[in-house]
Design a protein around this ligand. Structure first.
Ligand code: ATP
Ligand code: MG
Length: 412
C-alpha cells in the first residue's frame, strides 16, 4: 500500500456532512433497527462505498465469543444472510476486527487471504471493517462494501472510527434502556401482584372479623343474656322468701336487681354494637336508622335519612360493607367535621346503588383525601373495591363533606 493520498476539500466536507447526519440520526428516538437503517444509509454516502451500497452491523456475543448479524442495508443474498448469522471471533475479516478492535481495510475479497468466507454470487469488492467501541468496550463491528482497491485516505479512517464510536454509544444506550425498561416492568408487575395479594388478604381478614363479631355478638346476647335473665328470676324467687322483718336484706336484693337490669342492658348494647342483628334480620335501612338513633343520642348529631327499604334484598356482604362505611363516615363526622347535621341518602338508579353521606361541617380537604396515611378512607375504598364500585370524598370549605359510593348491583 502506498502513502495515503490527500483528499479534496469537497470530499472532506462530504464526510463531515455524513458524520453530522449520523450523529443527528442517532439522537432520534425510535426502534434501534430503524435508527441504524438510517445511519447505515447515511454511511453509504461515502464516495468509496457507492459501488455496492452494502453495509451491515454485527453485535458482540461476549459469552459465546461470536459476532451476531444484527442489521444490514443493501442487496445481500439469502446465502450470505444465512451463512453470516454468526461469525466466531477471529474468523474472516469481521471476526479479526472483533479480536483486534482495530479498523481494517481489505482491497479485494478475491486476493485478500483473510477474506476466508466466500459466497457463490460474490463479485469483486473491498472492505472497511469498523470496530464499534463504547468506552473502549467493543459492542459490535460494522462492515462496509467498497469498490475493489478503495483509495485509502487517512482522513477517512478517523471519520469512520468516529462514526463507529457514535453507533456503539447509541447501541449501548439502547441496551441499557431496554434493560432498565425490563427491570422496571418486572418491578411494576411484582408490585401489582403484591398489592393484589394484600387486597385479597385485607378482604378476607375483614370477612373473618365480621364473622367473628357476629359469633361473639350472638354468644354475648344469647348465653350471657340468658344467664342474666335466669339470675334475675332466681333473685325474684329469693326476694319472696326473704323475711319481711329484715328490710336491710330486702334493700340489698333490690339493689342487686337494679344492677342486673343495667348489666342486661349493657350486654344487649355490646352485642348490638358488635353487629346489629337488625342488619341480618331486616335490612340496611333499618340498621342505619337504628345506628343513627344511637348516634343522635350519644353525640347530639341530627340525622336526615332517605333510605328505601327494598335494599333488604342486597347480599349480606354488601350490606355489611355499606353499613361499616356508614359507621366509619359518621365517626369521621363526629371526630373531624364540627357539624350539627348529617344526612344519609340511599337509592338505586339504573342498576346502580348510590349511597351519600353528607355533613354540614368544615369540609374535608383534597390533601386529606389523597393522604396515604388516611387509613379510615383507604378502608372505605377497600370495602367498595370487591363490588367494583367507586367512592368519592368531596369537601367544600365551611359547607361540609360528601361521601359518595356507587356500586353496580346487577353484577353482584
Ligand atoms: N367528614 C369530615 N369532615 C372533615 N374532615 C374529615 C371528614 N372525614 C375525614 N376528614 C379528614 O380526613 C382525615 C382522614 O380521615 P380518616 O378516616 O382516614 O382518618 P382518621 O379518622 O383521622 O383516623 P382513623 O384511621 O381512626 O379513621 C381526617 O383526619 C380528617 O382530617
Ligand atoms: Mg376515620
Amino acid at each position: 500500500m502506498t502513502q495515503p493520498p490527500q483528499k479534496s476539500s469537497d470530499l472532506i466536507t462530504e464526510e463531515y456532512l455524513i458524520l453530522h447526519k449520523v450523529a443527528q440520526v442517532l439522537q432520534s428516538s425510535g426502534d434501534l433497527k430503524d435508527v441504524l437503517r438510517e445511519v447505515l444509509r447515511a454511511v453509504t454516502g461515502f464516495q468509496e462505498l457507492r459501488v455496492e451500497n452494502k453495509v451491515g452491523i454485527f453485535l458482540v456475543d461476549e459469552d459465546k465469543k461470536t459476532l451476531r448479524l444484527f442489521h444490514t442495508v443493501g442487496d445481500f443474498s439469502e446465502e450470505f444472510l444465512e451463512k453470516e448469522r454468526e461469525v466466531p471471533f477471529g474468523d474472516c475479516l469481521c471476526g479479526r476486527v472483533a479480536v483486534s478492535g482495530e479498523l481494517l481495510m481489505s482491497e479485494s475479497c478475491f486476493t485478500d487471504a483473510r477474506h476466508e468466507r466466500t459466497f457463490s454470487d460474490m463479485t469483486g469488492h473491498g472492505h472497511y471493517i469498523v470496530p464499534l467501541k463504547a468506552d473502549a468496550k467493543l459492542i459490535g463491528v460494522m462492515f462496509l462494501y467498497t469498490n475493489t482497491d478503495p483509495i485509502w485516505y487517512r482522513h477517512s479512517q478517523e471519520v469512520l472510527l468516529s462514526i463507529g464510536g457514535l453507533i456503539a454509544n447509541a447501541i449501548q444506550k439502547k441496551q441499557v434502556d431496554a434493560e432498565l425498561e425490563e427491570y422496571s416492568n418486572r418491578l411494576e408487575s411484582l408490585v401489582e401482584t403484591r398489592t393484589e395479594e394484600l387486597r385479597r388478604l385485607t378482604h378476607s381478614i375483614q370477612e373473618i372479623r365480621e364473622e367473628e363479631k357476629s359469633r361473639i355478638a350472638r354468644e354475648v346476647h344469647d348465653e350471657l343474656g340468658q344467664s342474666m335473665t335466669a339470675l334475675k328470676m332466681d333473685l325474684a324467687n329469693l326476694e319472696k322468701k326473704l323475711p319481711a322483718e329484715n328490710p336491710a336484706l330486702l334493700k340489698q336484693a333490690q339493689a342487686m336487681n337494679a344492677l342486673l337490669d343495667s348489666t342486661i342492658k349493657s350486654v344487649q348494647r355490646i352485642a348490638m354494637e358488635l353487629r346489629p342483628p337488625v342488619l341480618d334480620a331486616f335490612g340496611l335501612c333499618e340498621a342505619i336508622a337504628w345506628q343513627a338513633g344511637e348516634y343522635e343520642k350519644r353525640f347530639g348529631l341530627k340525622f336526615d335519612l332517605q333510605c328505601l327499604s327494598e335494599h333488604a334484598e342486597l347480599g349480606s356482604s354488601l350490606k355489611t360493607a355499606l353499613f361499616r362505611i356508614f359507621q366509619e363516615s359518621v365517626v369521621n363526622i363526629v371526630r373531624h367535621a364540627e357539624a350539627s347535621k348529617a344526612a344519609v341518602d340511599m337509592k338505586i338508579l339504573d342498576g346502580t346503588l348510590q349511597m351519600e353521606i353528607r355533613d354540614n361541617g368544615k369540609g374535608i380537604q383534597d390533601k386529606q383525601v389523597e393522604d396515604s396515611r388516611s387509613l379510615g378512607l383507604i378502608g372505605i375504598r377497600e370495602r367498595v373495591r370487591p363490588f367494583k364500585g367507586e367512592v368519592r370524598f368531596l369537601g367544600t370549605p365551611e359547607k361540609g363533606t360528601e361521601v359518595i359510593i356507587r356500586i353496580p348491583i346487577q353484577a353482584q
